[in-house]
Write a protein that binds this ligand. Structure first.
Ligand SMILES: C[S@@+](CC[C@H](N)C(=O)[O-])C[C@H]1O[C@@H](n2cnc3c(N)ncnc32)[C@H](O)[C@@H]1O
Length: 210
């Protein structure tokens, strides 16, 4: 595939994502790990209210938001720090999904009021940030690089800030095992539930309730 990076850590750069989306056809879609159909039962359990206000973190050109929208979750705001994919996603949904919003934004610096969302969803976005500056397996004593720790901490801090206190839910779908992810998600006063998905190769759904 020509859109694969030369080095894994390119997944942690905005340049890589812009170039990748520029090379793809305007209407291309790609889903990392899982599609809505694979996890719909888990999403329904975690988001029983179809009217919930949902923030999609690093939407890329995934079909997750549109499948959720078409299934009744109409109140979705997609954000991504690639202006290229945000322009493509805006054209894709314009007319067809009038309530869907697409905004250019960095997940480490959310331009939303405190407590303004019921749910935030991350599918593979924190994972992309984690590739920056090398491989977590290769660092000393399994400690990830400082930049990765800062970026992931900023994301989760921002998510917790924009979620409604007492009733907010952060859903994070990843291949990352609890040993590598729990440190970013554990927050005082919030509960963390972890669900394992799949048989041979496992994925994980982290559910942080604020
Ligand atoms: C691995 S893809 C996942 C895309 C989509 N969530 C999915 O499930 O297929 C990562 C996406 O996150 C975006 N991204 C990475 N870091 C980001 C950041 N700091 N702020 C906003 N978007 C980011 C990239 O541009 C890319 O579209």
């Amino acid at each position: 595939m020509s859109n694969l990076p030369k080095k894994n850590e390119e997944y942690g750069t905005r340049e890589y994502w812009d170039k990748r989306y520029e090379q793809e056809p305007e209407d291309a879609t790609f889903d990392w790990f899982k599609k809505y159909a694979d996890v719909a039962h888990l999403i329904h359990d975690a988001i029983p209210e179809k009217s919930a206000k949902i923030l999609m973190l690093g939407c890329g050109n995934s079909t997750l938001s549109e499948d959720m929208y078409d299934n009744g979750y109409k109140n979705i705001v997609n954000i991504d720090y690639s202006p290229v994919v945000i322009s493509q996603m805006s054209s894709r949904h314009r007319g067809r999904r009038p309530e869907m919003e697409c905004k250019f934004m960095d997940i480490r610096d959310l331009q939303f009021e405190d407590g303004s969302f019921d749910v935030a969803v991350d599918k593979g976005t924190m994972d992309a940030m984690m590739t920056a500056n090398g491989d977590v397996w290769a660092s000393n004593k399994n400690d990830p690089p400082q930049r990765v720790v800062e970026d992931c901490t900023k994301e989760v801090n921002e998510v917790v800030r924009v979620l409604r206190k007492g009733s907010g839910t952060f859903l994070y779908l990843t291949f990352g095992q609890p040993h590598f992810r729990r440190r970013y998600l554990a927050r005082e006063g919030a509960s963390l539930e972890i669900k394992q998905i799949g048989d041979a190769f496992h994925y994980y759904l982290y559910i942080l309730r604020t």
